[in-house]
Ligand binder design. Sequence first.
Ligand code: THU
Length: 132
Amino acid sequence: MKNLEIKDIEILIQKTFEAQKNSYAPYSMFNVGASVLCENGKIYTGCNIENASYPAGICAERVAYCNAISNGEKQFVACCITCSGDNYAYPCGICRQFMSEFDKNTKIIVAKSQNDYKIFDLAELLPHGFEL
Ligand code: THU
């Protein structure tokens, strides 16, 4: 598994904030960006996309993952998340479960700014996730 370098983290945070600008969140006004670094070094991004029929909306993390998976990726080194306001954007339970399908040790980076971030192992954020 590729090691997560400081340079990777810097690029991921930058791309995540860029993706957050595309967030479509007219209902919650809460903008989220996500990016995922694949084993081959490629990065895919996503943002949250809401809908008038609220449950039809989707989180930024799953958009980033779906973007990557639909381009043939299956191995994810790290996922970075940013959001509007001065908070760390921890992934919701559904997104944790969605990500754990692929690798329980993917690093989760929650970033408030380019140099204010925390890193977790997905397994720490989702102990005992559902498996078939
Ligand atoms: N949201 C995400 O994009 N990711 C999460 O992990 C939690 C929540 C979005 C969904 C919705 O558009 C907005 O944040 C408010 O819940």
